[in-house]
Every structure is written in structure tokens, then in C-alpha cells.
Write a protein that binds this ligand. Structure first.
Ligand SMILES: [Zn+2]
Length: 44
């Protein structure tokens, strides 16, 4: 699937939440992939 290379790098620098597809603010906890909204929904 062809992708706009600019968009590709934007996606690299900007994390995308795998749950809802929202862009995730880069945080100190770099292991966090989900956005705060989806994280708050996970009660584990
Ligand atoms: Zn999310």
C-alpha cells in the first residue's frame, strides 16, 4: 500500500493509538502506545 512519505514520517514521530487511531502525545513513558482516553478505559 503506497503511502505519502511525509505522512509516513509524521506517523513515525507521532504515535498513533492502536485502539482508536488518535495521535498520542509523546510522553516520558515511551512504552505507552494508547492515548490517555483508551488507557483510562483499561482497568487491568
Ligand atoms: Zn485511544
Amino acid at each position: 500500500m503506497l503511502q505519502n512519505p511525509v505522512e509516513f514520517f509524521l506517523n513515525l514521530s507521532k504515535k498513533i493509538c492502536p485502539e482508536c487511531g488518535e495521535s498520542v502525545e509523546d510522553q516520558a513513558e515511551s512504552y505507552i502506545l494508547e492515548c490517555e482516553h483508551c488507557l483510562s478505559k483499561k482497568v487491568e
